[in-house]
Design a protein around this ligand. Sequence first.
Ligand code: AVJ
Length: 307
Amino acid sequence: MPAPASAHEDLLRDLCRTPARISPKYFYDQRGCELFEAITGLPEYYPTRTEMGLLEQWGADIARSVGPCRSLIELGAGNCEKVRWLLPALQPQCFVGVDIAGDFVLEAVQRLAQDFPGLQVRAVAADICAPVTLPEDIASQGRLVFYPGSSIGNFDPGHAMVLLRQMHALAGEGGGLLIGIDLPKDRRVLEAAYDDAAGVTAAFNRNALRHVNRCIGSDFDPAQWAHVAFFNPAQSRIEMHLQACEPLRVQWSGGGRQFAQGERIHTENSYKYPLPLFMQMLSQAGFTACTTWTDERDWFAVIHARA
Ligand code: AVJ
């Protein structure tokens, strides 16, 4: 699928910067979605497992905090596995899965509809960076926006604030937000989660180059790029980069550039916000009264905030 014109321009501009960067959204082509699914099952990758445990353990409590919920709207829904833990307790009439990988999420909501008879489902193919337009038949009342997985961590704090305000508007009056955030912790735990022994995260990182090749007709050779992941304590974030193993020239339709040996392309940030700071951000975005659930190690938090 060639990227739309403006996305295409963003990508070319990002590749020509120094240091170059590729937006993390380019991870999620079909193969990237599958690799991310594999990451969520890795022994080192604790976030998904920890968050699912919280949803499973506290589902009834979460449902009480949320109250009546007509439509559950998941942003970055992917394979829609997490919401399975919420549906029995929340009992919404309708589930809307929003994801940049449109075909992937469409198949996932169809599986949900089979497993939860009576649940209406919708799939929306959209980049959640822009305000999301929902299908017209989704009532404006009784909305719960669900943004799990700590995906908010992919955006720098200023951009995260913009997105939280958009989620506040999407939830609407009387609605709410249920969001998962990964918390700061021992850097060895963090770094292992983003540089696993089996090399799945490395494959996921390199796969972005294949996706970019299809989008702009470039000739990146993933084998020439090394996976680099480390915790940046000053910014409280994991950074992922691809590092050129040798001097390279990459060509694309209408351009190209040189990369020196060791030069990096920045592919992802994953911010780890301390809980009190994130609570402040929610309140600045217009949310009130929050309930928080954390695991016994305080590694991950699920937060319900009222719009
Ligand atoms: C999907 C953004 C939450 O930051 O942990 C996993 C993506 N990157 N391993 C994360 C990811 C490398 C993930 N999010």
